[in-house]
Ligand binder design. Structure first.
Ligand SMILES: *Cc1c(COP(=O)(O)O)cnc(C)c1O
Length: 443
């Protein structure tokens, strides 16, 4: 993009001045609409989520045996939903503002197998590919007990095929661990910001880790190029994959069940606000899609991004989606938030979901570190920095009278609201690494 266009863009969208200055910003999109009006733009529906859910059920007997940590949930990869009342108090002190609604946390940070939200989409996409190959080869049919995939015959079969992915870390972990377990030859193309412990963990699992000195976008491109030269190699495209998106979307009906079990009501008088850390957009976008299908217009999804990587806010706010990157505005895309260091948003997710996402905000790395320490002190829960991005969301919502008026949410309805922070990663962070995160605060 030329200098002139950028100037024009800023004059059209004055909020970008603050974005460029790396200030924390909040934007509630005035163009959001109802599920009924927004759904046609997604291009996916109820049946697609249902298919994904059934596929995960078919694989459950296999997963329960292949990953003993999923035995207790019978091979279903799901996370806990908890109240965080002590953190609510800590936030009230931190922001000098009372919080009226109930504050909860979804612990995708502690999902089995790979310890992040990517255990939803990433694993699902590998399973989908494996199932397709095995069915086409006549080795498997949908009515089989999929624990037969543990037999050497299947490992030998999958060994002929390879899987490649570009990642800042967590997607690579999910895809690498799952693919290697099935027997695939798997390469993970890692961007410069990927943590050393994630790379070594993958190598322990027999994954081929390819390292780059550049960011996520470059790692993805190189991975894609390499995979193109090998017809037996399947490249997992984090930027555009509908399969990944659907794997994430199953979270909606699962959360609905958890709410029912805990007696939590979501309706017009009891709205639900969900705060989702956003990188390229597939994870939060897919989860938001599932939530919308499960709770309709009573759920409000808000995305959180680092001030140095506000790609989704930029793409949706300007309407340019993947035609603009944060680097075009001179923003460096450098952040400590794993999974969120993405300069260019998914074009698919932004275009599909923009009408169904209520808002976007950014926060600094220092802010995430501060919240990381506060959550540790208040609740004894340790997360990686990116997973804290959803924490200030409740403050933004409760403060924004214009937004609340538009939703026709009054004081008493606000007191009935549930605010859900989607904690996206951190369950597998080694002790020493976590100690270093906690120390950052004292700087
Ligand atoms: C990947 C990731 C996200 C965001 O998911 P995207 O699909 O990249 O938007 C958020 N938090 C963590 C910890 C992640 O690994």
């Amino acid at each position: 993009m030329t200098e002139l266009n950028i100037d024009k863009l800023i004059s059209h969208f004055p909020l970008l001045q603050q974005v460029i200055a790396l200030e924390e910003v909040v934007w509630f999109n005035p163009n959001v609409t109802t599920l009924e009006r927004g759904l046609p733009y997604v291009g996916l529906g109820e049946q697609d989520i249902h298919d994904a859910s059934l596929r995960l059920q078919r694989f459950a007997p296999y997963l329960a045996k292949a990953f003993p940590e999923t035995h207790v949930t019978n091979g279903i990869i799901e996370s806990e939903l908890i109240d965080i009342p002590a953190m609510k108090l800590a936030l009230e002190t931190h922001y000098q503002q009372p919080i009226k609604g109930r504050l909860m946390m979804k612990k995708d940070s502690h999902l089995p197998i790979s310890g992040s939200i990517k255990a939803r989409g990433g694993i699902y996409e590998v399973l989908t590919h494996a199932e397709k190959l095995a069915i086409e080869a006549g080795l498997l049919c949908e009515s089989d007990d999929y624990s037969k995939l543990l037999e050497p015959e299947f490992r030998n079969f999958f060994q002929q095929y390879s899987i490649a992915v570009g990642s800042t870390g967590n997607l690579g972990m999910s895809i690498g661990i799952m693919s290697a377990k099935l027997g695939f030859t798997v390469s993970v193309h890692m961007s410069a910001d990927a943590r050393a412990w994630k790379k070594s963990k993958l190598r322990e699992h027999g994954v081929n880790v390819v390292e780059y000195q550049q960011d996520y976008g470059v790692a993805v491109e190189k991975g894609r190029k390499e995979a193109e030269q090998d017809p037996r190699c399947f490249f997992i495209d984090d930027e555009n994959s509908q399969t990944l998106f659907l794997g994430y979307s199953v979270a909606g009906e699962r959360l609905k069940q958890q709410f029912e079990l805990q007696g939590i009501v979501v309706n017009e008088q009891h709205p639900l606000f969900v705060y989702l850390p956003c990188g390229v957009g597939g994870g939060p976008g897919g989860v938001a899609f599932g939530l919308k299908m499960a709770f309709g217009d009573h759920v409000h999804c808000i995305f959180a991004e680092p001030t140095h990587s506000p790609c989704m806010l930029l793409g949706v706010h300007s309407g340019l989606h993947d035609e603009i990157a944060v680097q075009d505005l001179g923003i460096d895309n450098l952040t400590a938030a794993d999974g969120l260091a993405v300069g260019r948003a998914s074009g698919f997710v932004g275009r599909a979901m923009e009408r169904l996402l209520d808002g976007y905000y950014t926060l600094t790395d220092e802010h995430m570190y501060q919240l990381l320490s506060e959550l540790n002190q208040a609740e004894g829960i340790q997360l990686e920095p990116s997973a804290l991005a959803g924490m200030p969301g409740v403050i933004h919502v409760e403060q924004n009278s214009e937004y609340l008026a538009r939703l026709q949410i009054d004081e008493s309805t606000l007191a009935n609201a549930t605010h859900l922070v989607w904690a996206t990663g951190g369950g597998m962070v080694p002790k020493e690494e976590m100690a270093a995160y906690l120390e950052k605060l004292s700087v």
